[in-house]
Design a protein around this ligand. Structure first.
Ligand code: NAD
Ligand code: WQD
Length: 332
């Protein structure tokens, strides 16, 4: 049977590469488009090793209308797009907001225009729990309002969701909570050239000696142990949510919706550090530092909507996320 073509923008990135593997394993033909602005050919090689096959890949920039036109001409059977391509460093977005507006909103605008021209009617969008800001009710459900964004990055995610809502194509926005870990082979992962900003990659750098020490940003929050609480989702579970969303969108006549992708359970920063030490049998040097500006005290997902409607459930353990994160750090 002929495979269904799915365009995966940002498919050489951290989450995109994991999604490509799961799409391929589920019988789809993923077509990667990536400009390598925040990734490496290492992830393409890793994907090919995992699937034991070549993967279709185009080095184009999603903000370039001519290049995207060319892509849709070459790949004329695309039935759906999964749009990962974006910049994601929150701190950088505060320093260089224009870079984020241009790439994150610009790429979506070009994509929507090109999809319309080539009559591709289905998009799955990489959104984020950052759209909720600091929610009033926990666990936070998809019905919670968008609060004032904490950063230009967060603003781009809110604006992109609104742009997609206004368009006349089928859409599913997936609001990721905190992705962690790597594929069990540890052949793909986060290839970003910059210093990491996220908790688990920072812990890994302390473990490897790349950093001498780290700080836990604040232990005076109103939480279980005073440190901030987040919902850490294994990247393989997250990748599988894209397959579930794709199956759903391709079987729906008209659809515009959003789903939270999280475990539904809060874990504190202190618990993450302690679990990493225990699982990987390694000591992490850290100090308690001041609060980080803009941090949300506590956020975790209500994932019942996607459980019920798409039968997606997270199954991977937090321990395996911390183990594979550490192996990826050592291998990269
Ligand atoms: P990533 O940086 O590893 O992947 C993004 C990929 O897109 C990279 O390979 C990069 O080279 C590519 N890219 C960027 N701009 C492009 C452009 N104009 N044209 C072509 N390729 C381009 O990031 P990730 O962690 O895999 O995140 C993927 C998506 O998920 C992003 O939209 C991000 O905002 C979103 N998200 C990430 C997290 C997280 O914590 N990692 C959480 C919530 C949402
Ligand atoms: C997690 C917790 C920190 C580093 C960001 C984005 C969000 C989404 C996910 C993309 C916080 C604490 C961290 C350190 C620490 N991304 N921490 N010491 O802040 O939940 O969200 O990534 O959409 O939009 O804002 O993730 O990994 O940065 O932090 O104590 O050295 O770890 O304060 O409580 P966050 P994070």
């Amino acid at each position: 049977m002929k495979k269904i073509d799915v365009l995966v923008t940002g498919g050489a990135g951290y989450i995109g590469s994991h999604a490509v593997v799961e799409l391929y394993n589920s019988g789809y033909r993923p077509i990667i488009v990536d400009n390598f602005s925040n990734s490496s050919i290492k992830n393409i090689e890793g994907i090919e090793q995992i699937i034991n096959n070549k993967v279709v890949f185009h080095e184009f920039d999603c903000t370039d209308e001519d290049q995207m036109n060319e892509l849709f001409k070459i790949e004329s059977n695309i039935e759906a797009v999964i749009h990962f391509a974006a910049f994601k460093a929150v701190e950088e977005s505060v320093r260089e907001p224009k870079k984020y507006y241009c790439n994150n909103i610009g790429s979506l605008e070009v994509l929507l225009k090109t999809m319309k021209r080539y009559k591709v009617n289905n998009i799955i969008f990489s959104s984020s729990c950052t759209v909720y800001g600091s929610p009033d009710i926990l666990p936070v459900s998809e019905l919670a309002p968008f609060k004032k964004a904490e950063s230009p990055y967060g603003e781009t995610k809110q604006l992109c969701e609104k742009l997609i809502d206004k368009s006349d194509i089928n859409s599913i926005s997936l609001r990721y909570f905190n992705p962690v870990g790597s594929h069990e082979t540890c052949l793909i992962g986060d290839c970003s050239a910059d210093k990491p900003n996220n908790l688990v990659p920072i812990i890994c750098e302390v473990a490897s000696g790349k950093r001498d020490s780290m700080q836990i940003f604040g232990n005076d929050y109103n939480t279980i142990d005073g440190t901030c609480v987040r919902d850490y989702i294994h990247v393989v579970d997250l990748a599988k949510a894209h397959v579930a969303a794709l199956n759903h969108i391709l079987n729906s006549k008209k659809i515009k919706t959003a789903y939270n992708i999280g475990v539904g359970k809060g874990v504190s920063v202190q618990e993450v550090v302690d679990s990493f030490e225990q699982i990987n049998d390694i000591k992490i040097s850290y100090k308690i530092g001041p609060r980080r500006a803009g941090d949300v005290e506590e956020i975790y997902s209500d994932n019942s909507k996607i459980n019920k409607e798409l039968k997606w459930f997270p199954i991977m353990s937090f321990g395996s996320a911390l183990k594979t994160a550490w192996i990826w750090e050592k291998n990269k």
